[in-house]
Ligand binder design. Structure first.
Ligand SMILES: O=P(O)(O)OC[C@H]1O[C@H](O[C@H]2O[C@H](CO)[C@@H](O)[C@H](O)[C@H]2O)[C@H](O)[C@@H](O)[C@@H]1O
Length: 281
């Protein structure tokens, strides 16, 4: 017989209260997750960033227990649904997926995506980028990811990602501003996206819609910091909150603020399995 996995103890009082609220009233709590680096291990090719194999099974165990499960991603919602394998999983029929930092919403029941029109600047940037990257001397391995509603420039596959980011990030940020876009830094990536939406606004909007008493958010990257801010604000408004970090050596800003730091996507899966086991016990 296998032993029930043990739940880690959050390192803050607020986190201990947040986890207790999830365990005491899961039917009044929402679990929200980032995708890349949290539910899916970081890989070189964004198109191959499939969810950790244990993610769908454990989310399917948790879904009937919790008021809501949500994914809040910087990716297009459709991409995350595909890479995650979330479509057509009956236990996940209520899964909430918001893409592009909250601009897009996937409906699990119909498979449809709701979104505003694409910002004009995105098309101009998409056209200009290949030539500009060449002019700026972007090193071999620099990759453009056309996200439809945003454009990302990846340096993970260059020989020296830090040097490539040093060369490109200020230029890309100026380019974003010239086209009424904003620059969103991430793990060896800089994204040019429309202003006005971030994961904090997206999470608050989900909380307003679902109405939980407790919320846990798990992130790993700089784009998740506004969601951390939102959880802290919600705590101030009386909700129980748990800040979870999928830890890495690439970004440490979340680990400094988190109640619970886990060891990357395998650590996130182990935590969710322990949560499910505790609720099943
Ligand atoms: O909000 P997220 O779901 O975390 O999306 C953030 C970015 O994730 C992707 O890039 C990251 O993951 C890639 C695949 O593992 C990796 O190659 C890259 O270095 C990471 O930055 C995605 O490609 C970006 O568009 C997202 O903005």
């Amino acid at each position: 017989m296998s032993a029930t996995p043990s739940l880690p103890t959050p390192r803050t009082d607020a986190g201990i209260a947040g986890l207790a609220a999830l365990l005491e009233q899961p039917e009044r709590a929402m679990l929200a997750f980032d995708f890349d680096g949290v539910l899916s291990p970081i890989v070189d090719d964004p198109e191959r960033a499939f969810a950790h194999p244990a993610v769908v099974p454990v989310l399917a165990r948790l879904a009937p227990r919790f008021q809501a499960l949500a994914i809040v991603t910087g990716r297009p919602a459709e991409v995350v649904v595909r890479l995650g394998g979330f479509a057509d999983v009956s236990a996940l029929a209520g899964l909430l997926v918001v893409g592009h930092y909250g601009e897009e919403r996937w409906d699990a029941r119909t498979g449809e995506i709701t979104a505003p029109p694409v910002a004009e600047g995105v098309e101009s940037v998409r056209r200009a980028l290949p030539r500009l990257l060449q002019e700026w001397g972007a090193p071999s391995g620099t990759r453009i990811e056309d996200k439809g509603r945003a454009v990302a420039v990846h340096v993970r596959q260059t020989a020296d990602p830090a040097a490539a980011a040093e060369l490109l990030n200020d230029r890309l940020t100026a380019l974003a501003h010239d086209h009424d876009l904003v620059a969103q830094p991430g793990r060896m990536v800089l994204e040019l996206k429309p202003a006005g939406m971030d994961k904090g606004a997206a999470l608050r909007s989900l909380v307003a819609e679902v109405g939980p008493r407790g919320v846990a958010y798990t992130g790993d990257d700089l784009g998740d910091l506004p969601a951390y801010d939102a959880v802290e604000e919600l705590r101030g408004e009386g909700l129980a909150g748990l800040l979870v970090c999928s830890g890495s050596t690439e970004v440490t800003a979340l680990a400094e603020r988190a109640d619970l730091v886990l060891d990357g996507p395998p650590g996130v899966v182990a935590f969710l399995e322990a949560l499910a086991a505790r609720l099943d016990a």
